[in-house]
Write a protein that binds this ligand. Sequence first.
Ligand code: SF4
Length: 187
Amino acid sequence: MKMRLHAFEPASRANGPGLRAVAWFQGCTIGCHGCFNPDTHSLVGGYETEVGALVAEILATPGIEGVSLSGGEPFQQPDALAELVARLRETPFSILVFSGYTMESIRKLPRGPEVLAHIDVLVAGPYVESRHLGSGLLGSSNQRLHLLTTRYRPGDFAPLPTAEVILHRDGSMTVSGFRRLSGYYSC
Ligand code: SF4
């Protein structure tokens, strides 16, 4: 199954509890004013890969407790997202998904209920610049943190860093989180 990604970071601490691999999906038509991730909007940007290749990359990453899927909008690649979370559910990793759609909307999206049945945490809702929050994984105060399994409690999300800078061995850098610097952000 092909999918289009914006970026992959094997080890992040600002996109959910513990050390996590993060995959930013490419493509989003929701159009939140003030979006932190405009480079992820194009439906033809980023790069194409296979769900199986991403799963293999995640499995090869040592020491992570979970995987976070962000964007872009993961639910705008419903078949790839559904296959990815089903395969990740067979691993010990926790699964967290960021979406610009509300929970109510996701329940009506193609494959939405199926994805919800396979993940532990959903951070849901569009980013609203006038309600900027930038803490506890919420970009703005209208967004909601949904705990869909018993794996985490609300207190697990309070101490997370709001931004991080990751230096890679090849000299490249990933900036991530919920406070504007520059780089990849979760919406
Ligand atoms: S904040 Fe998220 S949902 Fe909103 S436009 Fe940006 S990528 Fe899309």
